[in-house]
Design a protein around this ligand. Structure first.
Ligand code: FAD
Length: 541
């Protein structure tokens, strides 16, 4: 006799799952790029973050978005933002796990390999459960790269980052156990072209006084912000604390919080600086150069987080399809649905292989110029491809759940709303195209392309892809998107070749670099055996 659950024909909630142990592509990518390091710790992290309690924190942090308290009852400025306790819980977990710190040593130097890969594995799992709170984590860890231009500031701030303590109190940073950092680059008249910034910085005492406006400044309860402003010598990077050195509240006047499509647990403010105190970071006029390494790291994190969104969307879809019966069969056993899921599994496999191989390049960059060149060329290409694939991917996963996928009780609407932002911030799609064009003219870029072709040698379509990338890069801006997309696909085939089973790399190259395929997921020509193998690898039953 059937019980009520069977009659309902609904899939059980996807929670209390092991985000590491159930993710073979992640395990393979970690094993290849980091060896066996910390497998046990990652497994514990995967179980913790896959718990129903963590999913519930993610839900609550988004159901109760942050609120701005601009003024108090008497009209005096407060300029604070109140978050739901679930947001603080997520931050506390992630900060203590080193997501904002673990790629740096105590003296603000890059931690030894495979620090990038191991952090990325955690970051990818955390992003699957809640993506809004990773914004301040990524800004905090990346900020250390810019601060290294100013050793005194780095020595002052880095230990508080490295402490791995989340301290939510609104008190001066020196009284806090740990700090977080945000960024104020974008102004109303220009975000990409920050040379248009009009905020002004005037030297005053031990620092500068900054006056101006930022159109987007996320995570406004951070303790410091890296800000670009025009100093007498030109566009310059500054470190702006929430409290002045004399202990008074600094003049960051929040005007409103953005009403955003997604990313709701995270606050994004519009802010006015009124003679706000800041220290200079790097030389006057060298603002863009000072933030360049920092921006590379935030772009890397965008790609990792989008790979995480894809993974969670895939897991939800596959889990549902294994439980839902349609026309006397499980959904997953209906050939067309199996084809959709397998195409998604292949693409998610490629996304994690790509970002982990890229993290390895970041790990090795200091000691190996070839890896430094690889990171330089591939970071914008991989951010472009992974972040742009995520929205369409999540949408397809939503459809796999049918009507339930469109309803807030499932995680899919939140994943869907979250997905586009990673492509927009930290350099939007075209900006990534321009950056790849720039990087392609630099020393070592051609050798990177050759190395990718070599890693993927023998796979279908590799030679043609290498040739097309050369031609389209040479054609410049008009063909840059084609060049970047093909570059990311070649890099994905190369990454899968070294970290995934041979059959997965072969299948990816056959369906993405070679041969006919439609633009939608589910249009790849795969045999039933290939589909079964991909789905078994994606998520154990
Ligand atoms: C939720 C959210 C949070 C954010 N948080 C922060 C934050 O904390 N700090 C911060 O500083 N910023 C933040 N931003 C701003 C974000 O970084 C910018 O929106 C982004 O950099 C794009 O800048 P823009 O909005 O001024 O668009 P524009 O610079 O006007 O660009 C518009 C479009 O034009 C394209 N484009 C630009 N130049 C070219 C070109 N030469 N050729 C072809 N196409 C081009 C871009 O790719 C983009 O698609 C946030 C944005 C969002 C959505």
């Amino acid at each position: 006799m059937m019980n009520g659950t069977e009659l309902a024909n609904q899939s059980p909630p996807y929670e209390d799952v092991d985000l590491y142990g159930s993710d073979r592509p992640l395990q393979d990518a970690v094993a290849h790029n980091a060896g066996g390091a910390e497998a046990e710790t990652l497994a514990a992290f995967g179980r913790r973050w896959g718990s129903a309690a963590m999913f519930e924190c993610g839900r609550q942090a988004n159901a109760h978005p942050p609120q701005l308290a601009a003024l108090d009852a008497q009209g005096f400025r407060r300029d604070t933002v109140e978050f739901h306790p679930a947001y603080h819980d997520l931050m506390a977990e992630s900060v203590s796990e080193g997501l904002s710190a673990s790629t740096w040593t105590a003296d603000a130097r890059p931690a030894s390999p495979p620090a990038q890969v191991l952090r990325a594995a955690r970051f990818y799992m955390a992003a699957q459960v809640e993506t809004g709170h990773v914004c301040p984590l990524t800004m905090t860890r990346a900020a250390v790269a810019a601060l290294s231009a100013e050793p005194k500031l780095a020595a002052m701030v880095a230990p508080k980052i490295l402490a791995r303590r989340y301290d939510r109190r609104f008190i001066p940073w020196w009284e806090k156990e740990g700090v977080t950092l945000g960024m104020g680059m974008t102004e109303r008249q220009g975000g990409t072209d920050v040379r248009n910034n009009t905020s002004k910085a005037v030297p005053a005492g031990e620092g500068y006084l900054v006056t101006g406006h930022k159109w987007f400044m996320s995570a406004p309860m951070c303790d410091f912000f890296q800000v670009l402003a025009q100093a007498p010598g030109g566009l310059t990077c500054f470190l702006m604390p929430r409290f002045r050195p004399d202990g008074s509240v600094n003049a960051l006047h929040f005007q409103r919080l953005k009403d955003k499509l997604g990313n709701r647990s995270n606050a994004s403010s519009e802010v006015e600086f009124v003679d706000a105190f800041a220290w200079r970071v790097g030389e006057e006029g060298r603002g863009i150069r000072t933030i360049i390494q920092m921006v590379q790291l935030t772009r890397l994190d965008c790609a990792i987080a989008s790979a995480g969104l894809m993974r969670m969307a895939l897991a939800q879809a596959l889990h549902h399809a294994r439980h839902r019966i349609v026309f006397q069969k499980r959904l997953v056993d209906q050939p067309m649905m199996a084809g959709v899921l397998a195409d998604m599994a292949l693409e998610a496999d490629a996304a994690i292989a790509l970002v982990m191989r890229l993290c390895r390049s970041f790990d090795l960059a200091a000691s190996d110029p070839r890896e430094a060149a690889r990171a330089r060329l591939l970071t914008p290409a991989i951010k472009f491809w992974v972040c742009k694939r995520a929205p369409a991917f999540v949408y397809e996963a939503m459809e796999c759940l049918g009507g339930n996928g469109y309803v807030e009780d499932s995680l899919l609407p939140r994943l869907y709303r979250e997905a586009p932002v990673n492509a927009i911030w930290e350099g939007s799609g075209n900006v990534m195209g321009l950056d790849v064009l720039r990087a392609a003219t630099q020393d070592g870029a051609q050798a990177v392309l050759d190395a990718l072709a070599e890693d993927a040698a023998g796979l279908p379509g590799v030679r043609e892809a290498r040739a097309l990338i050369g031609q389209t890069l040479a054609a410049g801006e008009t063909q840059a998107r084609l060049a970047v997309e093909r570059l990311a696909l070649l890099a994905a085939a190369a990454a899968l070749r070294v970290s995934a089973p041979a059959s997965v790399a072969e299948l990816f190259a056959r369906t993405r670099l070679n041969g006919p395929r439609g633009v939608m997921l589910g249009t790849s020509d795969m045999s039933a055996a290939e589909i079964d193998a991909l789905l078994a690898r994606a998520l154990p039953e």
